[in-house]
Design a protein. Structure first.
Length: 227
């Protein structure tokens, strides 16, 4: 349990390194939460600062998700634990260690959403979630990307595309034989619920008809549908 708490804590602190807020400080103290939609994510960075800066924001947010599940989760911090507790601790039991990926994945996402370094006001963790998938297995990006692109083209809403992409991953982990199955399936469901939760305001705006569309993608979909 101590090992999971340590990994979860490190992942949360890692998640609190929010790309758009760091870039904003480097740009002279600009807080992206005061611009555009107010979201501290790559999409709002694209609207506010353009493609080049948005790309760096995206890379930072994806990278920390990958580090959390690809490096921190499989790490065996026996020496650190032994020093901290002044006792010789064996590695966590395999059944318990199997939950390292869900713990680290959710923790890094929560760090992005509620960053301790930035007043607990961050982004919506979609790019960070994508990064955790790379750490688990890059093939998981396929259902996410396909669902995201299809939804963006058909409906034009980036928020809805992100939600459906996360749900596609949850279904994939639930029906596949990806091991360890129960921890990963649990992660898929909880991560998808977290993505839905962070997009509550977007869902309400879609229902009200006031949500902005990704016009280029949506026009592509509507033009094909009109043929």
């Amino acid at each position: 349990m101590i090992e999971l708490l340590l990994k979860g804590g490190l992942s949360y602190l890692l998640g609190s390194i929010v790309g758009s807020l760091i870039v904003g400080r480097l740009k002279g103290g600009v807080d992206i939460r005061t611009l555009g939609s107010g979201n501290a994510g790559a999409t709002n960075a694209l609207r506010a600062w353009g493609r080049r800066i948005a790309l760096w924001v995206f890379v930072i947010d994806v990278a920390k998700g990958w580090v959390a599940t690809g490096i921190v989760a499989p790490w065996a911090p026996v020496g650190v634990l032994s020093f901290a507790t002044l006792a010789d601790l064996a590695p966590a039991a395999p059944a318990l260690r199997a939950w390292s990926v869900p713990v680290c994945g959710l923790a890094v996402m929560l760090g992005h959403i509620y960053p301790v370094w930035f007043g607990f006001r961050g982004g919506k963790a979609v790019a960070t979630f994508a990064g955790t998938l790379i750490g688990i297995g890059p093939l998981l990006l396929i259902p996410f990307a396909l669902a995201w692109l299809a939804a963006a083209v058909v409906y034009g809403f980036v928020s809805l595309a992100s939600i459906l992409g996360a749900l596609a991953v949850a279904v994939t982990l639930g029906v596949s034989r990806w091991q360890p199955h129960t921890p990963l399936a649990t992660y898929g469901v909880l991560a998808a619920l977290l993505i839905v939760c962070t997009h509550r305001s977007n869902i309400q705006r879609i229902r009200d008809g006031s949500e902005a569309r990704a016009k280029r993608l949506w026009r592509f979909g509507t033009s094909r549908g009109a043929r």
